[in-house]
Design a protein around this ligand. Structure first.
Ligand SMILES: [Ca+2]
Length: 461
C-alpha cells in the first residue's frame, strides 16, 4: 500500500528544509548551484530534482509553494493518521479474527468431544441392552433350573417317603423277629421287654478323673450271636506252657510244688472230666484258682446257658471257668472268693467274701456267699442266694430277662448291684440305655465299666 510520495535524498540533510534555510545565501553566491523542488499539482510520486543552470524566476520557490507543501504535508499527515487508524482497526480486526479462529478451534474440539461422548453413550447403551438381554437369559435359565430341581426334589421326597415306609416295615419286622427270639430264649415271652430298674447305689468309691465316654464294645453283642457257633472252649495258645496235673485245685498244684502262675489242668474230686484254669500263685500266698477273667474285651460274654455251664474263653486271657466246674470245686472244700478289680486310672480294689460256693444246676447254680470285706464296696451280697440267669434261662426276679439287658449271665436278682460278665467298654464311664458294662455299683456306679476284673477262689485257711 502506498502511503505517500517517496522522497529521495541527494545529500545527508532533508532537501526541503536545507533548501529553505539556504535561500538567502543564493543572493550572495549567484553562481553557485541551487536546488529547487518542483511540486506538481498532482501527487508527488517520486523525487524531484532541478538541475543547476535551469533556475528561473518561474521556477523559484515561493512562500505559496512552501505553504502548499506544508498543506500537502499536513494533508499527508492527516492521511497517515487516518491510515494509522485504519491500520489500528485492521489490527483489531486481525486480533478479533484470531480470537474468532481460536474460539472456532475450541468449538470444534468441544464438538468433537461431545461427539465422542455421544458415541460412547450409544455404545454403552448398546452394551447395557446386551447385558440386559444376557441377564434375562440367565434368569430364564435359573428359573428353568429351579423348576427342574423342584421337580427332582419332589421325586426325592417321594423316594424318601417310600424308603421310610420300607424302613418302618423293616423295623416292624425286626421287632417281630426280636419278639420271636425272646420267645425262643426266654421263659416268659409274654413279658414286655422293659428295662430293669437302674442301679441307684451311690458308690462308696468313685474313680477320680473319670476318663472319656465311650460306646466302644467288645463285640457286636446282639441276639443274633446266640444263633452263631460258639467259640471253642478254652483255646490254648501254643506259647502258654501247660503245667502237669490235673490237680483238685490251684492250691493243690502249689502244694505239689508248682509255685508259678499259669495254666493248669484242674479236676475237682467230683468232676467227671478235668478243666483248664489259670492258677494265680503270686498274690496273697498263692493257691488261687481263677474262675473268671476280663481284661481286654477279646471274648464275648453274651452267651447261653450251656456255654456258661461248660465255660468258654482263653485261659491266658478272658475266660469263664464254667458253672459246673465252679460248682464241683465248691463241693470239695470251703472256698473264699476274691474279686479283684482295676479301674481306668489303674487303681486296684478288691472285695473278698469269707465263703463261696454254688448249688447244683437243678437250682440254677444258686450263689452262696459269706461275709464281705474289702475296699471296693459290697455289691455282691445282694446277689447272695440268687440263681444264675442267661438269655435262654431266666431265673431272675425281674419280669424280663436281666441277662438280656445286662448282656451277660449272672446271679441276677432284679437285676442287681453288679455284673462282671457284661460288655467290656473302654474308658470307664459308658453311655448305654441299660447298665450293660462290667460294673460293680459300689465302685463307680452302674455306668462305670471296669478295665479289668478277676474272680478267684481259694480254700479257706
Ligand atoms: Ca426274669
Amino acid at each position: 500500500m502506498a502511503l505517500g510520495p517517496k522522497i529521495a535524498l541527494k545529500s545527508g540533510k532533508h532537501p526541503i528544509l536545507s533548501r529553505i534555510r539556504r535561500a538567502p545565501e543564493a543572493k550572495e553566491e549567484s553562481n553557485k548551484c541551487s536546488y529547487t523542488f518542483l511540486v506538481p499539482e498532482q501527487k508527488i510520486t517520486g523525487p524531484i530534482c532541478a538541475a543547476r543552470g535551469y533556475s528561473t524566476d518561474k521556477d523559484r520557490v515561493t512562500r505559496l509553494d512552501v505553504a502548499a507543501v506544508r498543506d500537502l504535508l499536513s494533508k499527508q499527515r492527516g492521511e497517515m493518521e487516518t491510515l494509522k487508524l485504519v491500520v489500528d482497526v485492521d489490527g483489531n480486526l486481525v486480533n478479533e479474527m484470531k480470537l474468532l479462529r481460536k474460539e472456532s478451534r475450541n468449538m470444534n474440539s468441544r464438538v468433537t468431544q461431545l461427539y465422542m461422548q455421544l458415541l460412547h453413550e450409544i455404545i454403552r447403551k448398546r452394551d447395557n441392552s446386551l447385558e440386559l438381554a444376557q441377564l434375562e437369559t440367565r434368569i430364564l435359565n435359573a428359573t428353568t433350573e429351579s423348576l427342574r430341581l423342584g421337580s427332582r426334589y419332589r421325586e426325592l421326597e417321594a423316594k424318601y417317603a417310600a424308603l421310610s415306609a420300607v424302613v418302618n416295615n423293616q423295623s416292624v419286622l425286626i421287632g417281630a423277629l426280636e419278639e420271636r427270639c425272646m420267645q425262643v430264649y426266654s421263659r416268659r415271652p409274654d413279658q414286655p421287654p422293659l428295662g430293669p430298674p437302674l442301679v441307684q447305689v451311690v458308690p462308696e468309691n468313685i474313680p477320680v478323673n473319670v476318663p472319656r465316654f465311650t460306646n466302644e464294645i467288645q463285640r457286636d453283642n446282639t441276639r443274633v450271636q446266640l444263633c452263631m457257633k460258639m467259640i471253642p472252649y478254652k483255646t490254648v495258645p501254643l506259647h502258654v506252657r501247660q503245667n502237669p496235673g490235673p490237680f483238685r485245685d490251684c492250691l493243690a498244684a502249689q502244694e505239689a510244688g508248682h509255685s508259678t502262675s499259669g495254666m493248669y489242668l484242674i479236676r475237682p474230686d467230683e468232676a467227671e472230666r478235668p478243666v483248664q484254669a489259670w492258677c494265680e500263685q503270686d498274690i496273697d500266698n498263692g493257691g488261687w484258682t481263677v474262675i473268671q477273667s476280663r481284661r481286654d474285651g477279646s471274648v464275648n460274654f453274651f452267651r447261653n446257658w450251656d456255654s456258661y455251664k461248660s465255660g468258654f474263653g482263653n485261659i491266658d486271657g478272658e475266660y469263664w471257668l464254667g458253672l459246673e466246674g465252679i460248682y464241683n470245686l465248691g463241693r470239695q472244700e470251703v472256698y473264699k472268693l476274691l474279686v479283684e478289680m482295676e479301674d481306668w486310672m489303674n487303681k486296684k480294689v478288691y472285695a473278698q467274701y469269707s465263703s463261696f460256693h454254688l448249688e447244683p444246676e437243678s437250682v440254677g447254680y444258686r450263689l452262696r456267699l459269706g461275709t464281705y470285706q474289702g475296699n471296693a464296696g459290697d455289691s455282691l451280697s445282694s446277689h447272695n442266694g440268687k440263681q444264675f440267669t442267661t438269655l435262654d434261662r431266666d431265673k431272675d426276679a425281674f419280669s424280663g430277662n436281666c441277662a438280656h439287658f445286662h448282656k451277660g449271665g449272672w446271679w441276677y436278682n432284679a437285676c442287681g448291684q453288679a455284673n462282671l460278665n457284661g460288655v467290656w467298654y473302654t474308658g470307664g464311664v459308658y453311655r448305654s440305655k441299660f447298665q450293660d458294662g462290667i460294673f460293680w455299683a459300689d465302685y463307680g456306679g452302674g455306668f462305670y465299666s471296669m478295665k479289668s476284673v478277676r474272680m478267684l477262689i481259694r480254700p479257706i485257711d
